[in-house]
Design a protein around this ligand. Structure first.
Ligand SMILES: NC(=O)c1ccc[n+]([C@@H]2O[C@H](COP(=O)([O-])OP(=O)(O)OC[C@H]3O[C@@H](n4cnc5c(N)ncnc54)[C@H](O)[C@@H]3O)[C@@H](O)[C@H]2O)c1
Length: 405
């Protein structure tokens, strides 16, 4: 599908990449390709490497995705498109029309990270971050799923006490395209006394709450069947309405246990006793803050994936970290958040659970063998760079039994 794109080649030429098995072990890899010689399924993936460490982690994730999927008889066509600062330098805008068009035409989108010092002083509409908001809006991905799982191998990386952190497995479902980040009126002005003000509007329509609630209930159903809706219904009308809608939708899911919590209490409970949570559903701004808090329980931002889904069309899959300009180009980035985002792409974006499990198992296997990038390193483990970590994950994928295709 993506290969048929009509692109404005005056501005840039996209890189269309055929499915290729990673280079590190050509002989073994070709054996794997033989075992899945006639792919039963084909998908097109738009890759948005972005800035900073983005291209480094995307390169690793692409190889892992390709190999794991090939073991399940799946073949990809990749198309690499510019976004963020890279797109600004190339085309003058952070999200070129061609990039959004390619993303919309594909089956799923895998994003690295955007942003960097170079563009920090740009006007708002010319910041890399504006491209991020625009692609979420353009793909209509209203549901952001952010798992925060404390892996047994990394429990010591948590800032919380071991007994509090171990076993934590929370999924934060954040509403992504509504609420105060998009609500109108917004802006700057003067109040009735002539004092300067800045203002935003928290506003939600019923359909926006209903659809995020359904995603969250469905997610909870596939997990431990518990959902906690977080709001500020003791103060905010928008939250009172949020709670009313969530209660209504909960009647469609009698098998899921529902509770409600004010956001200030939720922030406290996440560090006091995070194991009480299974699935959290909340609005855009509370979800932004709580998902960052939940992620820190796990110890490293370099381990955490995310999925952003809409009602139809391709989902957007990305690590939660930024472009890490402080370590960019030094082969120090942890690629596992992007690798695990690729697993979410398979699971939530394409419904290819078996291939997703291969990636998740390979990541655990690699950690079990003691390989660590700098952000998750502890004494007694083996410090590796981004590329080597990727190669180790590939070896773990490769050692798995190919599926019968
Ligand atoms: N979704 C996105 O693309 C996204 C998200 C957040 C921030 N940003 C942008 O990224 C730039 C840097 O922002 P920041 O410094 O606040 O956040 P950041 O996530 O880029 O970095 C925070 C810290 O975590 C480290 N880190 C991040 N990812 C890592 C990884 N995979 N492996 C090892 N260490 C990692 C960094 O080195 C840094 O010390 C800014 O321009 C910001 O706007 C982009």
């Amino acid at each position: 599908m993506a290969a048929c794109l009509q692109l404005n080649t005056k501005t840039f030429r996209p890189v269309v990449l055929p499915n290729s098995v990673p280079k590190f072990s050509a002989a073994k890899a070709s054996r794997i390709r033989c075992s899945a010689a006639s792919p039963s399924k084909r998908y097109s993936i738009t890759l948005l490497p972005g800035d900073g460490i983005g291209p480094e982690v995307i390169s690793v994730a692409k190889n892992v995705l390709t190999l794991a999927a090939s073991l399940e008889g799946i073949e990809f066509t990749f198309q690499e498109m510019p976004m963020g600062g890279a797109a600004l330098d190339l085309t003058g805008v952070p999200l070129p029309d061609e990039t959004l068009f390619a993303a919309k035409q594909s089956d799923a989108v895998l994003l690295g990270a955007i942003g960097g010092y170079k563009w920090d002083a740009n006007e708002k509409h010319l910041k890399p971050e504006t491209g991020l908001l625009k692609i979420r809006e353009g793909l209509k991905v209203f549901a952001n799923l952010r798992p925060a799982t404390v892996l047994p191998q990394l429990v010591d990386a948590s800032t919380l006490k071991k007994e509090v952190a171990e076993g934590v497995d929370v999924m934060v479902v954040r509403e992504l395209t509504g609420g105060i980040y998009f609500g109108k009126p917004r802006g700057f002005g003067k109040d009735e006394n002539g004092a300067e003000i800045g203002f935003n509007t928290e506003v939600y329509a019923k359909y926006e709450i209903d659809r995020i609630a359904r995603v969250a209930f469905e997610t909870a159903r596939k997990r431990r069947g518990k959902i906690c809706s977080v709001d500020k219904a003791n103060v905010l009308e928008a939250s009172m309405f949020w709670r009313k809608c969530i209660v209504e939708i909960s009647s469609e899911y009698p098998d899921v246990e529902i509770s409600h919590m004010y956001v200030d209490n939720a922030a406290m409970q996440l560090v006091r006793n995070p194991k009480q949570f299974d699935t959290i559903v909340t609005n855009n701004i509370f979800g932004d803050i709580l998902s960052d808090e939940a992620s820190m329980i796990t110890g490293s931002i370099g381990m955490l994936p995310s999925a952003s889904l809409g009602e139809s069309g391709p989902g957007l899959f990305e690590p939660i970290h930024g472009s890490a300009p402080d370590i960019a180009g030094q082969d120090k980035a942890n690629p596992l958040a992007t690798v695990l985002s690729a697993a979410m792409l398979l699971k939530y974006g394409l419904g290819e659970e078996s291939a997703a499990k291969r990636i998740e198992a390979a990541v655990l296997d690699t950690l079990n063998k003691g390989f660590r990038t700098g952000d998750i390193y502890s004494s007694g483990t083996k410090l590796v760079g981004c590329k080597e970590m990727g190669e180790e994950v590939l070896k773990s994928v490769e050692s798995q039994v190919p599926a019968a295709v």
